[in-house]
Design a protein around this ligand. Sequence first.
Ligand SMILES: [Zn+2]
Length: 142
Amino acid sequence: MTMSAQTAKVPVRDWWAALKTGFRLRCPACGEGHMFYRFLKVSDCCPHCGEELHHHRADDAPPYFTILVVAHVIGALMLIVEEHNDALDIRIHMVVWPILTLGLVLLLLPRFKGALVAYQWALRMHGFETAQPNTFTSGKPA
Ligand SMILES: [Zn+2]
């Protein structure tokens, strides 16, 4: 059996659907189980369907994407507010922007990590290729 014949038997996973499911912090295989057992700690296996999730190698990518988005959103908002109300007290800036930044980071960081883990799962990266075959078509386990 050739290598292409072996890989042809592996079902293709919908990476976009998995990405969206991961962004919702759900298991990319079933769409039901929680991907994390703590704030940023990925469960070894999905508590709903048992899909192995410990193969992920998210590393620095989730903070990178979080900083990329949060810096652009907060930076743009700061410029807009400053443009329309340059008399605003600096103490308000010193309170509002750090709180908004922290809130947005806490909101987005686990979501970007979930999306990245799901993306790696969909493309069978980093050991996900050896996990049991599972397809993602309708959000339900195959
Ligand atoms: Zn699952």
